[in-house]
Every structure is written in structure tokens, then in C-alpha cells.
Design a protein around this ligand. Structure first.
Ligand code: DP6
Length: 365
């Protein structure tokens, strides 16, 4: 069978209309939090193991693009603004990205592009924005391609292409183009799963997870000391890497089953274990490093005590950073918010946390 990479290469539009094409497209796309983590990759942006995430609702990136496509062939011409200001670091990363996907979108060699992007979450919240940023941009690019083809189709093909393009910008971004629970990577638990694109699991989720809450406890708002890219790289020499990839493959099968069954006890057990195993990979990299802070551990301990004292099925997970993602059923929100305000807030920087929930996916603006 042809890989998607081959398929998208062979289907790429190579003809530009004589009169060119200009217009604008805008998308809002959410961040996501992984339950089973992607940690370790191979060329090109392919994961060493499958991962499963929940798409968020409130934490999102809005990307507005104005484009002009002409017959003139050259490097993409880009004017990028983040929150109204030019940003050289982002501009350079996006130009590199646009050049890297040219074989799938040859029209990027004929384009002048003005991109305005902004996040719904504060800049200094320590939330990784690459998933929302690259998924929003990929959706805009797939939409421009729609315009070049003269179609207005936003079916499964459209999101499949957007997920593929988003992955090439940032792996976890592949998952942000779908609502609810999302799988990225090949697993024998799901036919048609792929390392090249994500697959939405929303229709097979138990109702309890569709309205699940996620509070992001901002323990440390600063940029992390080791980037995700460097962390992925260090997995190449991690002595436990192969066991970890096998474990994540097993955890993927388990979480898909749990998300279907609505078993909240199994959910918290597995999701917390996954978060700890992700950080164990950081501890056992060479050089070893740790991204959690003392307050992170205090929060984790309190969450576990709260669960055992109240029987409320809360769970924590961690990204590659010090902040804690606190997951719980919507029906327990009153007790849990009281607990956050009285027992967890003190560990957050300036008492800050962000209240989010499982989301409905990206939106065309
Ligand atoms: C710990 O998607 O940020 O959040 O592909 O290099 O952009 P790149 O990495 P990225 O890695 C995310 C790592 C993680 C786990 C996850 O989201 O699955």
C-alpha cells in the first residue's frame, strides 16, 4: 500500500492559475494533553510509539492568513506576527517549516503570506503552544489548497491532510485537528491507525470523558530548560528506550479500551503511571534531567490523598514540564474546585491555574 507521504506527494497541485489566486483563511485550533505520551521520534517526525491525547477547549491558537499566489517561483515570502508583533524566532521556524513541506504543497514556492497568530492562554503560562500553533497553521494551509482546487470540502480527507501537515511541524500537533480523544501512531488496537496522521476517537468515547475537566496548575510559568526536541533526541541513547516504546504500545491499547469503557479507576491508574514513566525517561537520559519542581511533587501527593480520602476519581498527568494537568469528571467540579482553591493553589506561581475541558476540535473562522 502507498504511504500517505507518497500519496500526498503524487496528488500535490502543480498548476497555478494564470491570473494567480489571493484570499484569506483563518482557523482556531486547540492544544491537547497526552494521556499516553509521544516521547522519541525517527525521521521524518514519525513517532517511536503511538500516543493518545485529549483535545482541549479553552487553550487554543487563532491563526489568520492572507495569501497571494502567483506564477513567480521563489522562496515563500512571509510576514509573521504573533500577538500583533513581529517575532523573528517564530518567523524563522515557520519559514523552515514551509520550505520543508514544499513537496506536498508546491504552491508554497509561489506564495506571499501574511500570518497573524495569537494564543488564548497567557504567554508565560508554560503551556506548550506548538500543538495549537502548528495545527492552526496546517488547517489554514489545507484550506488554501482547497481554494486552489476550487472546492469547499471539509470532510475526513481535509482533516487527514491537515493532521499530516501539522505533524511535520510538531508531532503532537497532528492530534489537535480532532475533537475529544485522539490517537496518533500505528497500533493493532485500531485498523487504519497510522504513524503519519492522527485518528479521532470521539465516537467511541464513553460520555463521561466527553465532558471531562482539565485544570492546568501553573507551578512554573517559565520556559523549560530542556526543549521537547532535545528530549526526543535524548531518547535515542536512553538505555530503557525499547522497553519504554513497548510499554507505550501496551498503554495505548489499554487507554483506548478505558476511554470506551468509562472505567475511571483504571483511567487514573494508567494516566498517572504514564506521566511518571515519561519523567522517568528524562531522569534516565544521559545527561539526566528533571523538569518537575518541588511544588509539582507536592501537588501530585495532595491529588493522590484527595482521591483516596474522597473516592472522587481525579487524576494527574504531566507534560514535559513542571505544570500539572488535573483531570476529573464534570459532575465533581464543585468539590474539586474547592480542593484546588484550598489545597493546590498555594503551589501555583501567583496562585495561577487555567480551567479547561475536553474540547470540540478546531473551528474555521
Ligand atoms: C511530552 O510534539 O512538542 O508533550 O514533535 O519535536 O514538536 P516535536 O515535539 P512535541 O512533543 C510533545 C511531547 C509531550 C508528549 C505528547 O504530547 O505526546
Amino acid at each position: 500500500m502507498k504511504s500517505l507521504t507518497e500519496k500526498f506527494k503524487s496528488e500535490a497541485i502543480r498548476e497555478i492559475p494564470a491570473s494567480g489566486l489571493s484570499g484569506s483563511v483563518s482557523w482556531q485550533s486547540p492544544s491537547n494533553i497526552a494521556l499516553v505520551k509521544y516521547w522519541g521520534k525517527r525521521e521524518i517526525q514519525l513517532p517511536m510509539n503511538p500516543s493518545v491525547s485529549l483535545t482541549l477547549q479553552e487553550a487554543h491558537t487563532t491563526t489568520k492568513t492572507a495569501f497571494s499566489i502567483s506564477k513567480i517561483r521563489r522562496e515563500p515570502v512571509l510576514d509573521y506576527r504573533f500577538e500583533g508583533e513581529p517575532n523573528n524566532a517564530f518567523q524563522a521556524r515557520i519559514l523552515k517549516y514551509l520550505n520543508s513541506i514544499e513537496e506536498f504543497m508546491p504552491f508554497l514556492r509561489n506564495i506571499e503570506l501574511v500570518i497573524e497568530s495569537s494564543n488564548s492562554f497567557p504567554h508565560s503560562s508554560g503551556i506548550a503552544s506548538s500543538a495549537s500553533a502548528f495545527s492552526a497553521l496546517a488547517l489554514c494551509l489545507a484550506d488554501m489548497e482547497n481554494k486552489l482546487r476550487g472546492t469547499e470540502s471539509y470532510g475526513s480527507e481535509f482533516f487527514n491532510k491537515a493532521s499530516f501537515l501539522a505533524r511535520l511541524g510538531s508531532g503532537s500537533a497532528a492530534r489537535s485537528v480532532y475533537p475529544g480523544a485522539v490517537l496518533w501512531g500505528e497500533t493493532d488496537a485500531l485498523a487504519d491507525s497510522s504513524d503519519e496522521v492522527a485518528t479521532g476517537l470521539y465516537d467511541s468515547m464513553d460520555e463521561v470523558f466527553k465532558s471531562f475537566r482539565n485544570v492546568i496548575l501553573i507551578v512554573d510559568p517559565r520556559k523549560k530548560t530542556v526543549s521537547s526536541s532535545a528530549g526526543h533526541d535524548l531518547m535515542n541513547a536512553n538505555p530503557f528506550a525499547e522497553q519504554r516504546f513497548d510499554q507505550a504500545r501496551r498503554h495505548t491499547r489499554e487507554i483506548i479500551h478505558i476511554l470506551k469503557s468509562g472505567d475511571l479507576h483504571a483511567f487514573s491508574e494508567l494516566v498517572e503511571y504514564e506521566a511518571l514513566c515519561l519523567h522517568a525517561m528524562m531522569l534516565s537520559s544521559r545527561p539526566g534531567y528533571f523538569l518537575f519542581a518541588p511544588q509539582t511533587l507536592s501537588v501530585l501527593n495532595r491529588i493522590r490523598s484527595f482521591r483516596s480520602e474522597t473516592g472522587i476519581p481525579v487524576a494527574f498527568t504531566l507534560d514535559a514540564g513542571a505544570n500539572v494537568h488535573f483531570l476529573f469528571p464534570d459532575e465533581n467540579q464543585d468539590e474539586v474546585f474547592h480542593f484546588i482553591d484550598t489545597s493546590l493553589k498555594e503551589f501555583c506561581a501567583d496562585g495561577k491555574y487555567l480551567s479547561d475541558r475536553v474540547g470540540r476540535g478546531p473551528q474555521k473562522l
